[in-house]
Design a protein around this ligand. Structure first.
Ligand SMILES: *Cc1c(COP(=O)(O)O)cnc(C)c1O
Length: 395
């Protein structure tokens, strides 16, 4: 048996990871998450962050964070339902609702626990959750916490979705369709207008996870719902404050009724301490910046287009991305990982992504271009892609 405290059952699993060649150490960053970073002691161009607008180290936002710390301290001290609901939390929700052009917005400590807390709060036994097969892990976990039944439809396949709706409409009380707004591995956009049409036809509710659409799509980054002009027709418009917005947190925007219910029943609000003042102050400033100018989102799209065109011209397969997420599809898993490793050796950090995160045989590196990259940095990265791509017979 051995000593129970030695956790031998975990050691065995870790040995298996090592045998399968997937054991790894977490990379260590010694700088802010900028376009050039020091990673594991080496200076490299960063093409792997979700810091789409470069806000993670924005001077105006840092100043706002420091001011919030001076006024409110470093922690909120309690859950929101007891004594952790500060006036800046309320202010942030007002600012977000206005920015998202919805009645209300309810904030969470992260995008992950926003999905985990919201999905279970708005569904119950006798309901059915209908989820795109490529939805994010936090949606899947959120669904698992719900007492409702769950089913999936084929990725962005409207025939498949309609069939599920038709078959189940009469068997359940409420139906809830959930989709990512932008799918994080391929960068494709959900067919939201069609989804909303079908939802209205079969009287289902809709829930969009806009983690990769917030700060990216729509007017000055208002998201996928704004991009398609579907305000008032998507019931739950969820977003993160950790990717393009550059800080931490998540929210759902929608109706006042939704707001009131979540404030009573979303478990992360009842049982987990609210966002720290520094984060809240910085996020309010981020939304202010986006409300003042489209400069950041414009530059993001310009850079993404520039980079994607350069890679395409060289002969790389960048898939069917419609957003700044730029996959470079290699195929074989080990080759994708080797490509990533060689890019890094040559000064460009692009993470390799393989099965089970993406289907077998579609191993890739995923480039995340940001508004903060300079043309010179993008050109340098493209040069390295060309050299390594030729060396490995990818192009
Ligand atoms: C990153 C991500 C989340 C989680 O957001 P965090 O704020 O990082 O917790 C949720 N959904 C999707 C689609 C994401 O990509």
């Amino acid at each position: 048996m051995g000593n129970v405290h030695e956790l031998n059952f975990l050691k065995e699993k870790i040995d298996e990871l090592k045998k399968d060649g997937v054991y790894r150490k977490l990379p260590i960053l010694e700088t802010p998450n900028e376009t050039e970073i020091i990673l594991n002691g080496k200076k490299v161009i960063n093409l792997s962050s979700n810091n789409y607008l470069g806000f993670a180290n924005n001077p105006r936002m840092k100043k706002a964070a420091i001011e919030a710390v001076e006024k409110y301290g470093v922690g909120s001290g309690a859950v929101r339902t007891i004594v952790g609901n500060m006036d800046i939390h309320e202010e942030l929700e007002k600012v977000l609702a206005e920015f998202k052009r919805e009645e209300a917005a309810f904030i969470f400590q992260s995008g992950f626990n926003c999905n985990a807390g919201t999905i279970q709060a708005i569904t119950e036994k006798g309901d059915l959750i209908i989820s795109d097969e490529l939805n994010h892990a936090s949606i899947i976990d959120g669904c698992r916490l719900s007492r409702a039944d769950k089913t999936i439809y084929k990725h962005s396949d409207m025939d498949s979705l309609e069939q599920v709706l038709k078959e189940n409409r009469d068997k359940y009380n409420k139906l809830l369709i959930i989709t990512d707004g932008v799918f994080s591995m391929d960068g494709d956009i959900a067919k939201l207008p069609e989804i909303v049409e079908l939802a209205e036809k079969y009287e289902a509710m809709t829930y969009v996870d806009d983690a990769h659409g917030s700060g990216v799509l729509g007017e000055s980054g208002r998201g996928t719902v704004d991009h398609f002009g579907l305000h008032g027709r998507v019931d739950f418009s969820m977003g993160t404050l950790s990717k393009a917005i550059g800080v931490i947190g998540g929210y759902v925007a929608g109706s006042q009724t939704m707001y009131e219910w979540l404030s009573h029943r979303a478990r992360p609000v009842l049982f987990s301490t609210s966002l720290p003042p520094a984060a809240v102050g910085a996020i309010i400033e981020a939304i202010k910046i986006l409300s003042e100018t489209t400069e950041y989102t414009d530059r993001l799209w310009d850079n993404a287009k520039y980079f994607k065109e350069k890679l395409g011209t060289l002969g790389f397969n960048t898939g069917h991305s419609e957003t700044p997420i730029t996959p470079v599809i290699i195929g074989e898993e080990s080759k994708a990982m080797e490509f990533s490793r060689k890019l890094l050796e040559n000064g460009v950090f692009v993470s390799g992504i393989v099965f089970p995160t993406v289907p077998k045989g579609t191993g890739r590196v995923r480039c995340m271009v940001t508004a903060a990259h300079t043309r010179e940095q993008l050109d340098r990265a493209v040069e390295v892609f060309e050299t390594v791509g030729k060396e490995m017979n990818i192009i």
